[in-house]
Design a protein around this ligand. Structure first.
Ligand code: NAP
Length: 475
């Protein structure tokens, strides 16, 4: 269903689209498939609702967000099941994602009360200088399938807290969980038109969202390629944009690190969500003296993972999202083998008894080199390539990616080396001996072509505010 001006609707054309389970190949549900017309209606209703929502106090908006969080807590298991069924991640991971999504709502329920302005010391004694922070206007949010719930609330909780109304377009692979989240918004009693949901063809909806002058802000999470397109399309109406785009995270293991802990770090950063995460480890750099030892330990651990349907207890790794994802992973592995990469485990598409999903063996490749596709392109799959380095100067020459700069991880016990490494890394998020650096209270985002702007924490709400400067002259 689409959600426009406080009502659940079918598309005017009556069209629907099937949603498939990538583990079983089964159609889970059909959802309404709207287009430009419905998007225009949604924008108009968000515009109509904006002044009223902006006019509420931060405390009032925070209370709505608290009710949304309460509804999501009640629906946590249902939403998590929908995520697993439509995109494949194991249920425990999906539940973790929904929990994170709720925490974003809880955090911004509080932040709604803390949108401060500034008083600036004037250089004239008869002047008083003030900065007010006001909501930017109607927000268009476009979200991906790989974190279909957390990416919604990471954008829309701060948007609502700031005083913005919105139109959400979720990924076509994962509309069911988006509908469930927006049901929680609806049941919180938001005024009509503040929240809107459209599902349909990306290009058509994207064109309307970016070109319509009533939309003042585009917040996007997805590929760098689509992000660039949206920035270009938004230029004619000079919209504020924030972009959470692709990544190519290095995971660095210095010789003094606890190798077992580092292996566990790779397990979490590489194989969570079957490697389909923007902050997934893409390149593992191991100091040459411990590289063979590390490779053996990692391969042993990876070979023990259980592949299967995310709804089955005991599944560690679910399916890839679709067949073209399988082909891309296969292409990267074949290219690596041709360029002298050595497969330590995995390496092929695989089947799971009784299921017709897009499964792939978790893979470790040793002797990875810069000429390989895997060294530069986002694989978005369960493949861990091991590169080697000799000392921090050698590492510094290799570790920064020419285009991406989202997340990086490193393991060492030496404090001096830790600070030197932080200063060499050109990435927006760094985990030092920490494979899970993402928390609601901290800024999330990348440098270079990994994005513009930040989500989460205090920075996250600023993306939905404009500054209004007032110079007050006393006569
Ligand atoms: P995608 O193809 O860019 O799609 C993302 C969203 O954009 C989907 O809702 C998609 O709709 C929509 N879209 C596609 N083409 C569009 C167009 N021309 N106009 C408007 N909307 C359009 O990316 P994806 O494959 O879903 O997600 C994987 C990518 O997202 C990876 O590169 C990953 O690194 C990145 N990502 C980044 C972050 C971050 O925070 N930095 C987080 C998660 C993922 P349809 O589904 O209908 O095509």
């Amino acid at each position: 269903m689409l959600y426009i001006n406080g009502e659940w609707k079918q598309a005017q054309s009556g069209k629907t689209v099937p949603v498939k389970n990538p583990a079983t190949g089964e159609v889970i549900q059909h959802v309404a498939y709207g287009g430009e017309l419905e998007t225009r209606q949604a924008i108009a209703s968000a515009k109509e609702a904006f002044d009223g929502w902006k006019g509420k106090t931060g405390k009032e908006r925070g209370a709505f967000l608290e009710r949304i969080a309460e509804n999501m807590r009640r629906e946590r298991d249902n939403i998590a099941e929908a995520v697993t069924r439509e995109m494949g991640k194991p249920l425990a991971e999906a539940t973790g994602e929904v929990q994170l999504a709720i925490e974003y709502v809880e955090w911004y329920a509080e932040e709604a009360k803390r949108v401060y302005g500034d008083v600036i010391p004037a250089s004239h004694e008869n002047k008083r200088l003030m900065v007010f922070r006001e909501p930017v206007g109607v927000v268009a949010a476009i979200t991906p399938w790989n974190f279909p719930v957390a990416m919604i609330t990471r954008k829309l909780a701060p948007a609502l807290a700031a005083g913005c109304s919105f139109v959400l377009k979720p990924a076509l692979e994962t509309p069911v969980s988006a509908v469930k989240v927006i049901e929680c918004f609806h049941e919180a009693g938001l005024p009509r038109g503040v929240a809107n949901l459209v599902i349909g063809p990306a290009q058509e909806i994207g064109a309307e969202l970016t070109r319509n002058p009533d939309v003042r802000k585009i917040t996007f999470t997805g590929s760098t390629e689509v992000g660039k397109k949206l920035i270009r399309q938004s230029a004619d109406t000079v919209k504020k944009v924030s972009m959470e785009l692709g990544g190519h995270a290095p995971f660095i293991v210095f010789a003094d690190a606890d190798l077992d802990e580092a292996v566990e770090g790779v397990m979490q950063t590489k194989f969570r969500n079957c490697g389909q995460t923007c902050i997934s480890t893409n390149r593992i750099y191991v100091e040459d003296s411990v590289a063979d030892d590390f490779g053996e330990k990692l391969a042993r651990r990876v070979a023990s993972l259980t592949i299967g349907d995310g709804m089955q207890e005991g599944t560690d790794v679910g399916p890839l999202i679709n067949q073209s994802a399988v082909e891309k992973v296969q292409d990267h592995i074949e290219d690596a083998i041709q360029k002298k990469g050595k497969i330590l485990c995995g390496g092929r598409p695989t089947t799971v008894e009784g299921l017709s999903g897009h499964f792939f063996e978790p893979t470790v490749i040793h002797n990875a080199s810069d000429e390989m596709k895997i060294a530069r392109e986002e694989t978005f799959g369960p493949v861990a390539p091991i590169f080697t380095f000799h000392g921090i100067d050698d590492l510094a020459k290799k570790v920064n990616h020419p285009e991406y700069g989202l997340a990086a991880y490193f393991y060492t016990k030496n404090v001096d080396r830790a600070f030197q490494t932080v200063s060499k890394l050109e990435y927006g998020i760094i985990g030092v001996n920490d494979p899970r650096p993402v928390v609601v209270q901290a800024p999330f985002g990348g440098v270079k072509e990994s994005g513009i702007g930040r989500e989460g924490g205090t920075s996250g709400i600023l993306e939905f505010l404009e500054e209004k400067f007032v110079s007050f002259r006393m006569t």
